[in-house]
Design a protein around this ligand. Structure first.
Ligand code: AMP
Ligand code: ZN
Length: 113
């Protein structure tokens, strides 16, 4: 298990900081975004630390993250209405938390890009 000292998402995903947990697997945590941009806004976060998509992430873990998306969508009620998944990587994308995460946003129509 590789966690990074002083990483907020390492702490949340591994239960060291309480959060609004939506669901959990052995390797992944799904919790509500603290500043939701849509009525539904949750994050899929690996329990191991990877700073971004640019890290050498095991294919199996990436596959598990992707496979969990529709399950999370079902659980949060946006599966049929639609949802957007976002992975911000690096400065130009405004990645603010340097621990890999997938945003799942829905519950209202997107009118931008
Ligand atoms: P990004 O800009 O892609 O790095 O996204 C980071 C997201 O994490 C933002 O949408 C923040 O609102 C969210 N966030 C930051 N700190 C917390 C926290 N402690 N708990 C839940 N979400 C958080
Ligand atoms: Zn971390």
């Amino acid at each position: 298990m590789a966690q990074k000292e002083d990483c907020i998402f390492c702490k949340i995903a591994n239960g060291e900081i309480p959060t609004d947990m939506v669901m959990e697997t052995e390797e992944l945590a799904v919790f509500k975004d603290a500043s939701p941009k849509k009525p539904v806004h949750v994050l899929i976060v690996p329990k191991d630390h990877y700073s971004s998509l640019n890290d050498d992430i095991p294919e199996e873990l990436l596959g598990k993250m992707m496979k969990l998306i529709p399950e999370v969508a079902k659980k949060t009620g946006v599966h049929d209405s639609g949802y957007r998944t976002i992975i911000n990587t690096g400065d130009d994308a405004n990645q603010s938390v340097k621990h890999l995460h997938i945003h799942i946003c829905g519950g209202a129509k997107f009118t931008d890009f």
